[in-house]
Design a protein around this ligand. Structure first.
Ligand SMILES: *Cc1c(COP(=O)(O)O)cnc(C)c1O
Length: 438
């Protein structure tokens, strides 16, 4: 563990101790525990716009935004109003509502690769269901995923690197029997040669290839154009489905997600199945998966692939998602968001250069990543070359200065439309002081 430069306030500390007695690690999702960076997690009291306040009343500029969903900032008036009105009308019915149809129509208008969508409650559930759908639709079992890509914690997807293309994955988590992941092939991200070899060996048995097109769970790594093009070509050639996990990138790197970014550069490019979450729920438990009609009609009650959910298409969550999508679809929204994000990233680069620190950064839309490395990494092993101790010093320094970035170096960062020029300037000021000391 790194030296703890953190000086937690007593209330955060007390709450953390209380939480650890009754919740494993004191948290309901592991990264929140600050295990990688050391120190005491901040317990959030409330949030507004680009900020949240912890239980001690300390304010932080928020660059996590609930890990992506809060693209409008916290407590956006139009979203709050929609959620409050929906709550009055009822929390959950277990029967269809008009708002589900509206939300799906709004998603389809942004994602021309899909004809139909099914709503679920989490990204994990959406990715898991997408795999079942791909297997059901193709009648095949095997799937490709890439080292460093996270697709939620469904058993078949909780596989890290068994490097070597003929090697089938070993489970990353206890409790996942090897036979459950025997059909999962794990390859290196951005490695065209491995990809081609894997298809040559297993192509006719592959149900799908699942990818984070701009990976946000190993910080921020783009799939290169030639790599993405080969993914598409090989899937088509072998009859495997290309599944874009856009839980993080959807409505975040662009209104139309990463697929819009790639479609702008590769002719006729589209994935076969898209998985969405995070932004489309605006901070409520909501996610989705969709595809062309012939694939989606495989789902129950139309087809043989079973999938269901008590809270799926929840009326309050759909109100939140719909109000969020309406705001971000307004003209100029993404240009403004991308501009803010770029000014942060460029400012960080300038400050690091001035301090003579090895540093590189990248962004797309409202998502960014930076590395204490001289060159942007192309895959997970390269990401892991970042100096962890330096990152942790930076993390705690920023935290002290009231700037909250992800408490682990393998996570992306998020800017919201509520981040002002002044917020970004304050962030850069804090970073530049710290860079000089690193
Ligand atoms: C967050 C995320 C998931 C999992 O979503 P949950 O809602 O946390 O289950 C899946 N895939 C990607 C790319 C993600 O970023």
């Amino acid at each position: 563990m790194t030296p703890n430069t953190d000086t937690p306030s007593s209330l955060n500390q007390t709450l953390f101790e209380r939480a650890r007695r009754v919740i494993p690690g004191g948290v309901n999702s592991p990264v929140r525990a600050f295990k990688a960076v050391g120190g005491t997690p901040r317990f959030v009291q409330r949030a507004q716009g680009a900020y949240f306040w912890d239980v001690e009343g300390q304010r932080y500029i928020d660059y996590i935004g609930s890990w992506g969903p809060m693209i409008l900032g916290h407590g956006h008036p139009a979203v709050l109003d929609a959620v409050q009105k929906a709550a009055v009308d009822g929390f959950s019915f277990g029967a269809p509502t008009e708002r589900e149809v509206e939300l799906v129509e709004a998603i389809l208008a942004l994602y021309p690769s899909m004809d139909m969508v099914r709503l679920v409650s989490s990204g994990t559930e959406a990715a898991m269901s997408a795999i079942r759908l791909a297997r059901g639709a193709t009648g095949r079992s095997k799937l490709i995923k890439f080292e460093g890509c996270y697709h939620g914690h469904a058993d078949a997807l909780l596989v890290k690197a068994g490097s070597g293309l003929a090697t089938f994955g070993n489970p990353t988590s206890a409790g996942v029997p090897p036979e459950v992941v025997q059909h999962t092939i794990v390859l290196e991200y951005n490695n065209v040669e491995q990809l081609e070899q894997a298809f040559a060996l297993h192509g006719t048995e592959l149900a799908c290839l699942m990818i984070e097109p701009i990976a946000g769970n190993m910080n921020f790594v783009r799939a290169s154009l030639p790599f993405m093009q080969r993914c598409r070509e090989l899937c088509t050639q072998y009859g495997a489905l290309l599944v874009f996990d856009e839980v993080m990138t959807g409505c975040r790197v662009a209104l139309g997600g990463a697929q819009a970014v790639y479609a702008a550069q590769l002719p006729d490019f589209a994935p076969d199945i898209t998985v969405l979450g995070k932004v489309i729920g605006g901070g409520m438990p909501l996610a989705a998966f969709g595809a062309r009609r012939v694939i989606m009609e495989q789902l129950a009650p139309l087809g043989p692939v079973y999938q269901a959910g008590t809270l799926s298409g929840n009326p309050v969550a759909t109100a939140c998602g719909l109000a969020t999508l309406r705001e971000i679809a307004k003209p100029g929204f993404f240009d403004a968001l991308a501009h803010k994000t770029r000014s942060l990233v460029n400012g960080l680069q300038g400050a690091a250069d001035a301090a003579g620190l090895p540093f590189c950064a990248d962004s797309e839309g409202g998502m960014f990543g930076f590395f204490l490395l001289g060159q942007l990494p192309q895959n997970y092993p390269q990401v892991m070359k970042t100096d962890g101790a330096r990152f942790n010093t930076l993390f705690h320094g920023l935290l002290q200065a009231g700037v909250y970035i992800a408490p682990a170096l393998y996570e992306a960062g998020f800017v919201s439309i509520a981040h002002s020029d002044e917020d970004i300037a304050r962030t850069l000021e804090a970073a530049s002081m710290l860079f000089k000391k690193l």
